[in-house]
Design a protein around this ligand. Structure first.
Ligand SMILES: NC(=O)c1ccc[n+]([C@@H]2O[C@H](COP(=O)([O-])OP(=O)(O)OC[C@H]3O[C@@H](n4cnc5c(N)ncnc54)[C@H](O)[C@@H]3O)[C@@H](O)[C@H]2O)c1
Length: 327
């Protein structure tokens, strides 16, 4: 298949691009490089630099690559905390980007779309692990913008027959020997703790230790980025059979912040000092996914999502690339 990957120079998009190429697909990456890195894009992919907010640039992309079999859409503003500070930027940009994409997808008869959705759809869940059928209560403007995109895609199927799978990721983590996580600023726990192990940061701040969890710190479900990439590929390859769907993608196991810190100490052999900070707004105590439907419908399994394997793969990449893609 020929797949358009938006945000394919970013963390999850670049690793999915590499996995798509390894599986024999052809990839066109579209990225404005605001957060992404040209060096992260697999050399066999075609990188087109531009913004999805630029309608003419998106039209030119489809004019140059009219025969795409499907779109994997990763490009987005991605930070819960920032979205509380700048809600209108999140609604405007995250929706407009997809509107421009969908205009062209409809005009060019593209029939398949995979959306990066999020566990932030499930604020204060009633059931843990969170089933796909859980009530949707977005925890931030970021999560709400993703839910709006899910609803847009629902109508695109009804009206134009454009099928989509929305993958609601829990916490993506880990790397491959060639690619890893390099955000500026970095906000994700595992790369931040690894910066302490690398001596680039003195200590890590733990936001709240009075949550109703065994050690008082928040519990999250970490999914290896390669398992996430495989979920995208399976969804794209089987979309015609399964039709428009929404799936949770997680490992089904939760680890507290302190457990992650301990695992990093074990894997790296370095002590990780930490300080205690106040709770952050919008951090639910526990987020763990039930991915049963993804496992049943697509025969997907989280094969690399053991926490030790996740941390070891991230540590390996960060040791080889202590300054990320900047060399
Ligand atoms: N990382 C996680 O744990 C996680 C969890 C849930 C959902 N997600 C979602 O997964 C997707 C990928 O996340 P990531 O961590 O790889 O993020 P990332 O920031 O590394 O990648 C996003 C990429 O999109 C590009 N981009 C952003 N806006 C663009 C625009 N207007 N036009 C063109 N390119 C643009 C950026 O330059 C970047 O390369 C996002 O949609 C995010 O919301 C991520």
């Amino acid at each position: 298949m020929k797949i358009l990957v938006t945000g394919g120079a970013g963390y999850i998009g670049s690793i999915t691009t590499a996995e798509l190429i390894a599986a024999g697909h052809t990839v066109v990456v579209f990225d404005n490089l605001a957060q992404g890195h040209a060096a992260a894009v697999h050399p066999a992919a075609t990188l087109v630099q531009g913004s999805l907010l630029d309608q003419a640039a998106v039209a030119a992309l489809f004019a140059a690559h009219p025969a795409c079999d499907g779109i994997m859409h990763f490009a987005s503003h991605t930070l819960v905390g920032e979205s509380v500070q700048k809600p209108l930027m999140y609604f405007h940009d995250n929706l407009l980007a997809v509107m421009h994409l969908l205009e062209q997808a409809v005009a060019h008869g593209v029939q398949r779309f995979i959306l990066s959705s999020t566990a932030n759809l499930f604020d204060q869940p009633e059931q843990i692990p969170i089933p796909e059928t859980a009530a949707i209560r977005p925890g931030s403007p970021y999560g709400e913008s993703k839910y709006m995109l899910e609803r847009m895609l629902f109508w695109m199927d009804k009206i134009y027959g454009l099928r989509s799978v929305c993958l609601r990721y829990f916490n993506a983590a880990g790397g491959t020997p060639e690619r890893g996580e390099d955000h500026a600023p970095e906000t994700h726990l595992i790369p931040l703790v690894l910066q302490v192990a690398l001596g680039q940061r003195e200590a890590i701040t733990v936001f709240g230790n009075d949550y109703p969890t065994p050690d008082g710190t928040c519990i999250r479900d970490y999914i290896h980025v390669v398992d996430l990439a495989q979920a995208h590929i399976l969804a794209m390859e089987h979309l015609d059979r399964i039709g428009t769907r929404q799936f949770n993608v997680g490992s089904g196991r939760g680890f507290s912040v302190l457990e992650v810190i301990q695992m990093v100490e074990r894997v790296t052999g370095k002590p990780i000092p930490y300080t205690l900070g106040a709770r952050r707004m919008g951090d639910p105590p526990i987020l763990v996914a039930a991915s049963d439907q993804l496992q049943q419908e697509l025969n997907w399994q989280p094969r690399h999502s053991d926490l030790e394997q996740i941390v070891a793969s991230a540590w390996d990449w960060h040791q080889r690339n202590p300054h990320g893609y900047r060399g």
